[in-house]
Design a protein around this ligand. Structure first.
Ligand SMILES: C[S@@+](CC[C@H](N)C(=O)[O-])C[C@H]1O[C@@H](n2cnc3c(N)ncnc32)[C@H](O)[C@@H]1O
Length: 223
């Protein structure tokens, strides 16, 4: 028995993933007027990301079902107690991570989202999943909200906000990542500078692509 696979969370996640699948056409329509070059430019911009995510403010943009399960398993097997997430959206990844904290015996998950309507939806979903006591949602740009008041040590970091900011967000939390801490970056192919940093032989990480769209990394150091 796990929190992930039992009521209320399991049927809630089924519904949220079904809704995310159903919203894919609407999501595509929100950026349909942009050329491929314009989309790539916005995805990789360190300044214009609010334009892109403003267009997508009604879109779940959730991790895949497989990545969600992976997040739960990684957080469980590493016995994570402190987790930081960049990019909450409707809270689907957050629900997986918080479920792992619950099954690990408790902990603290700090997550960040700048779209107020998404913060409200994530709050509702965490309440429906019975996990809101484990999660602090910080509303605003993560460059600011994740720059203060973090736990002394962090066991797991999920990067799933604006791709161009992955190096900056990593820098905000890096000194607190414990040796052996896991860093999961979704769609990291859109963040070439991040990939170069994580894969550099002297960068302080072991890093590998995993599945279709995840870069999984581990902070090196004495455990
Ligand atoms: C891919 S979605 C996150 C999906 C979520 N992790 C899930 O699986 O359910 C990215 C989210 O990050 C938010 N975001 C992007 N850049 C941000 C920033 N700099 N600060 C806070 N939120 C940001 C966007 O509004 C969007 O909702």
């Amino acid at each position: 028995m796990t929190t992930l696979t039992t009521t209320p969370l399991a049927p809630l996640l089924d519904r949220l993933f079904d809704e995310a699948d159903a919203a894919s056409a609407e999501t595509e329509a929100a950026v349909a007027d942009l050329s491929d070059e314009a989309r790539t430019r916005l995805m990789r911009s360190k300044t214009d990301y609010r334009d892109l995510y403003g267009r997508l403010k009604n879109a779940p943009l959730a991790v895949s079902r497989e990545t969600g399960t992976l997040l739960y398993m990684l957080a469980r097997s590493s016995r994570a107690r402190t987790i930081v997430e960049f990019g909450t959206s409707f809270g689907i990844s957050t629900l997986h991570l918080a479920a792992a904290l619950r099954d690990n015996g408790g902990g603290r998950l700090i997550t960040s989202e700048f779209e107020p309507s998404k913060v409200a939806r994530a709050c509702d979903n965490l309440t429906a999943g019975g996990l809101s006591d484990l999660v602090e949602i910080r509303e605003g740009d993560a460059l600011r909200t994740l720059s203060v008041d973090l736990p002394d040590t962090i066991d797991l970091l999920l990067l799933d906000g604006a791709k161009a900011l992955y190096p900056e967000i990593l820098s905000l939390v890096e000194s607190r990542l414990r040796p052996g801490a896991l860093i999961v970056a979704d769609n990291a192919d859109d963040s070439p500078n991040y990939l170069a940093r994580m894969r550099a032989s002297v960068g302080g990480y072991l890093s590998t692509p995993f599945g279709e769209d995840v870069e999984l990394s581990m902070r090196i150091g004495a455990c």
